[in-house]
Design a protein around this ligand. Structure first.
Ligand code: NAD
Length: 301
């Protein structure tokens, strides 16, 4: 079992730590919020007073932070964390945050200069997947580092993909979430269209599930309230994956499109729709609440 330093104990990080502890790893943890650290101490994690203390002597350092700037500042900032990490021979950094691919590549290059391994390793599956240990991981880096991190990641998830060289994990994540945003908006659009033309959304959903429009949203995450139990639409769109996070991920996807001159009219439309929805005050709701953007002007038939 490994000595792991884990930094960032928010909605995702805390349950990931709990699953690593369950698997028998030794965990030192750090978060700028003491309250966040207190959540995992009863499970056996050792709280640290700084990121440096957390990383000292760790074979693996895992980070789960809000955005690229946090990751860049953590590893390349003034506290020289990467140098502390490099004191452990064979140390490997696993960054699970969703960030810009080029930031991940810069941090990986810096790590390589200090003989530290680095993989970008964003996740899919949300808080539910983090709690149940069913996350999917998309790993970007060398194949050797992938083989080293796989057993650690298997304590937190079932599907561990090798996406390709450094940055590829982040590119895969941006592709997946851009499609997710489009699919959810498209599904909401057609269900609302059917309802406005007098169809029962349950009947329409069952038809689509068995027809060529079949997709993840209609199958397991129906955006129309009253169709499915145990989904955010059944709970006033609370919980789940926030509109704010979807907007962040669509922004990362658009950045990739801009840098590679990739046309993405559907992705940019989706970004505009979620931005409009956020501007109406719904940033903290689950992203399937985009249905309400279409439905708010529904006339009674
Ligand atoms: P969160 O805001 O709940 O948690 C982030 C944690 O990082 C907070 O506890 C914060 O105090 C801590 N933090 C910030 N800066 C820090 C620093 N310099 N040092 C130590 N701790 C610091 O966010 P989250 O929902 O856990 O998401 C984390 C990452 O995972 C994001 O990049 C997000 O895009 C991605 N992600 C989230 C979900 C989801 O459903 N929440 C799903 C997939 C991916």
């Amino acid at each position: 079992m490994a000595r792991i330093g884990f930094i960032g104990l928010g909605n995702m990080g805390a349950p990931m730590v709990k699953n690593l502890l369950k698997a028998g790893h030794e965990l030192a943890v750090f978060d700028v919020s003491k309250k966040a650290m207190d959540k995992v101490v009863p499970d056996g994690a050792s709280p640290s007073s700084s990121a440096k203390q957390c990383a000292q002597g760790a074979e693996f350092v895992i980070s789960m932070l809000p955005a690229g700037q946090h990751v860049y500042d953590l590893y390349l900032g003034k506290n020289k964390l990467m140098e502390i990490i490099s004191e452990h021979k064979n140390a490997l950094v696993i960054d699970c945050s969703t960030i810009e691919a080029d930031v991940a590549q810069k941090v990986a290059k810096f790590a390589k200069g200090l003989k530290v391994g680095f993989v970008d390793c964003p996740v899919s599956g949300g808080v539910g997947g983090a709690v149940s240990g069913n996350l999917a991981f998309m790993v970007g880096g060398t194949k050797i580092d992938y083989n080293r991190v796989k057993p650690v990641l298997e304590c937190m998830g079932k599907n561990i993909f090798y996406a390709g060289k450094s940055g590829a994990g982040q590119i895969a994540k941006a592709c997946n979430n851009m499609l997710l945003g489009i699919v959810m908006a498209g599904t909401s659009e057609v269900l609302n269209m059917g309802m406005r033309n007098g169809m029962d959304p349950l009947v329409l959903s069952e038809i689509i599930k068995k027809s060529t429009g079949q997709n993840w949203a209609v199958e397991v995450y129906n955006p129309v309230p009253g169709i499915m139990k145990n989904v955010p639409s059944a709970n006033s769109y609370k919980g789940g994956f926030q509109v704010d996070l979807m907007l962040k991920d669509l922004g990362l996807a658009m950045e990739l499109c801009k840098n590679s001159l990739t046309p993405a009219p559907l992705g940019s439309q989706a970004l505009s729709l979620y931005a409009l929805h956020k501007n109406k005050g719904f940033g903290k709701l689950d992203f399937s609440s985009i249905f309400e953007l279409y439905a708010e002007n529904r006339t009674t038939k």
